[in-house]
Design a protein around this ligand. Structure first.
Ligand SMILES: Nc1ncnc2c1ncn2[C@@H]1O[C@H](COP(=O)(O)OP(=O)(O)OP(=O)(O)O)[C@@H](O)[C@H]1O
Length: 681
């Protein structure tokens, strides 16, 4: 499709002249395909659609290749083999041909060839004879008449070998300047004022052409506004942003609106011929390909500012995008990595999206951030509820203590062998749920950084493959309370305690006589705990019954230093704190299954609460879990590397094991900063 572009040009100097361009928008649904022959450019011949013709321009033509071309011709032969393969498989072979010819290795090869030619051109070599082939025949004839000797025999064989014959034939072609195709001579008297025209021929099909047009406000010219990466126009290399459209199928576009041009194109059938005045300085996209993780979502259909809605690329939080063009300061071109074969689409640049986020933020009525009430902040009402809960616990202290004991017993069981799994203590889990996290964190990081509405909308990412000698990546499980995060974590560790381990949390409460420092908890003073908090060495922390509980970076590091995989559960707000180069966390979101499934599967499941020990799930609990999961996904989905729906516990556990293995052994997208720090160190 060619689409009308509303403008949105970068405000840089290169495009200043376009500031006055029209901002009308429309779309014309021209689907077009194979681009045949322009006159001026070194484009594929019009016979491209015929497989037999495909070979012609790519034979190692003798007059194009410098002498040591054995390697080159070999590679070109490979290219031809590939093309033949593609051709027999794919009707749309021309596109593949184009892709191949655009491949960097072929370009490099041609460049070498060209450089060699240039070198020889400078030397002005003159052939000793233009008829080396005839000469060799003559020599062979003479040799036949001379007395036989092994040397003469060998010379005859050499001269009659097909390779040498081909070489001599190539020599003669070059020597006689017998080049093809013959181009018509240029007329001598072209007036200087006359603009060079390019004729571009396109054949409509289901593929979009991938270009947008706009009208220049001052001159009224119809210009190609944007050529979309990966579209036919771009792959043809014949249409560039800035080209002036003169005629479409013989109809002059002078004085027409973009919409009228679009109408002509929409009405056209089969081949469409464009006459264009090429832009004097075609833009070159020399930027390297960048990959980013979308930290927000974008819907072009809801964005009235997009230059061309149909060319927009919608994306969701967490999508990995390949940015292919950043020439425009406002509108980039990108593809989703899940869909790299397609034409690119327009997305707002980092700068523009940030601006949009800020505008959106200010347009919203003020709301305290209580949408994840149970995990982030606690409203006044909840504060009161909590006090009541705490009172209940206080009143029931003995029972509570004995329950902690019984939980210990439970935790000592595994594979018929007694071993202790840290990080599952009831107090720690309850403190997470009832933590004063937001208040505590506010103390540490100050309102400005924590409440910043709009972080970077894109995060640059790279493929990271952990080397066997590297420490393992931290595995973080996130999910709404009761979904089974701890159950899955426990099952994973029990599966192979020599490989998987939890971090030992810290607490400011005093050690009980059956506990061991560094086993259940690291017992530290309030001052030590707070100093860890203030120096950002705590991944998570909270207060429960007047004591502080939390997991430190060092505790996680201790597990990783042992060569084990540290598996921890975190509240989603803690993910950002854990996302560091040293821990390289792999975040798995544990999601509840549907209500009806959970009603079945959670029949015998028990919730941990601060005063009921074996409380069964009620429908409201399941509903709350589902709601919270949705909110978590909406707010933190961009950080999730993997999602597991916890329906059947056995399946979920198998999925978890496989995901954890992949995280450690297969390449994953991680923030670019994690890897650049790697190379620095
Ligand atoms: N897939 C499942 N099928 C049946 N029961 C399950 C499943 N997953 C978890 N459970 C049970 O649900 C209950 C709650 O699970 P778990 O304690 O792991 O929740 P949690 O996500 O860690 O919650 P919290 O963060 O509040 O501690 C447990 O009794 C557990 O055995």
């Amino acid at each position: 499709m060619i689409q009308s572009d509303k403008g949105g040009d970068p405000p840089d100097s290169k495009d200043k002249k376009d500031d006055k361009l029209s901002t009308k928008a429309d779309f014309f649904g021209l689907k077009s395909s194979v681009l045949s022959s322009p006159h001026e450019l070194l484009a594929p011949p019009s016979g491209l659609k015929c497989p037999s013709h495909l070979h012609l321009p790519f034979h190692p033509s003798p007059h194009l290749c410098p002498l040591p071309f054995v390697g080159i011709s070999q590679i070109l032969r490979l290219v031809l083999q590939q093309l033949n393969l593609f051709y027999s498989r794919d009707v749309n072979g021309v596109c593949l041909l184009y892709d191949l010819l655009h491949s960097p290795w072929l370009q490099a090869l041609l460049k070498v060839s060209y450089d060699c030619l240039q070198e020889f051109k400078g030397k002005k070599l003159i052939p000793a004879t233009p008829h080396a082939q005839a000469l060799s025949y003559e020599v062979v004839k003479i040799l036949r008449e001379t007395p036989k000797s092994p040397e003469i025999q060998e010379l005859r064989q050499i001269l009659q070998a097909p390779h040498l014959k081909a070489l001599l034939s190539a020599h003669d072609t070059v020597a006689q300047k017998d080049f093809e195709p013959l181009l018509p001579p240029l007329p001598d008297n072209i007036p200087e004022s006359e603009e060079a025209m390019r004729i571009v021929c396109l054949v409509k099909n289901q593929q979009p052409l991938g270009a947008t047009i706009k009208r220049h406000e001052m001159t009224g010219d119809i210009l190609v506004a944007r050529v979309i990466h990966g579209g036919l126009a771009e792959r043809s290399g014949l249409l560039y942003a800035g080209d002036k459209l003169v005629e479409v199928n013989g109809v002059s576009v002078e004085g027409l609106d973009p919409e009228q041009v679009i109408h002509i194109l929409a009405m056209s059938r089969g081949t469409i011929i464009f006459k264009v005045v090429p832009v004097s300085d075609p833009p070159v996209n020399s930027q390297k390909m960048v990959y980013v993780r979308a930290m927000t979502e974008y819907w072009p259909q809801e964005d009235p500012a997009i230059p061309c809605m149909d060319a927009g690329l919608p994306f969701q939080k967490g999508d990995i995008l390949q940015i292919v063009d950043q020439n425009d300061a406002l509108w980039w071109q990108a593809r989703k990595i899940s869909d790299l074969g397609t034409c690119a689409g327009l997305i707002p640049s980092n700068h523009l999206l940030k601006r949009k986020q800020r505008e959106f933020w200010w347009s919203q009525p003020y709301q305290p951030h209580n949408h994840l009430k149970s995990t982030i902040s606690i409203s006044m009402e909840e504060e009161d509820d909590m006090k009541i809960d705490e009172k209940c616990v206080e009143a029931d202290e003995e029972t509570f203590e004995s329950e902690e004991l019984s939980e210990d017993k439970e935790e000592f069981v595994g594979h018929g062998q007694k071993f202790y799994i840290a990080g599952f203590r009831r107090s720690m889990r309850l403190c997470r749920r009832w933590s004063h996290l937001s208040q505590l964190r506010a103390k540490v990081c100050g309102a400005s950084t924590c409440s910043s509405a709009a972080g970077a909308p894109y995060e640059e990412v790279v493929r990271y493959q952990r080397r066997p000698a590297d420490k393992h990546r931290l595995v973080v499980l996130v999910g709404p309370s009761g979904v089974g995060v701890n159950e899955l974590r426990r099952q994973l560790i029990e599966l192979d305690p020599n490989r998987f381990q939890s971090a030992v949390p810290h607490t400011t409460r005093s050690k009980k006589n059956y506990e061991m420092d560094g086993r259940e908890y690291h017992y530290v003073s309030k001052e030590t705990f707070e100093s860890l908090m203030y120096s950002h060495r705590m991944l998570e922390y909270g207060e429960y019954k007047g004591h502080l509980y939390g997991t430190s970076v060092d505790a996680v590091q201790a597990v990783l230093d042992e060569g084990k995989i540290c598996v921890m559960d975190l509240e989603p707000q803690g993910i950002q704190v854990a996302r560091t180069y040293e821990l390289k966390p792999y975040v798995i979101f544990i999601k509840p299954s549907s209500m009806s499934c959970m009603k079945q599967s959670r029949k015998n499941a028990k919730i941990i609460t601060n005063y009921f020990v074996d409380m069964k799930f009620k429908d409201e609990d399941l509903q709350e879990m589902e709601d919270l999961a949705q909110k978590m996904e909406t707010q933190f989905g961009q950080f999730f590397d993997h999602v597991i729906v916890n329906d059947s516990l056995q399946d979920a556990c198998a999925q978890l094991l496989s995901a954890v293995q992949k995280a450690q052994e297969e390449p994953q997208w991680v923030p670019a900063t994690w890897v650049s720090s790697d190379t620095e160190s």
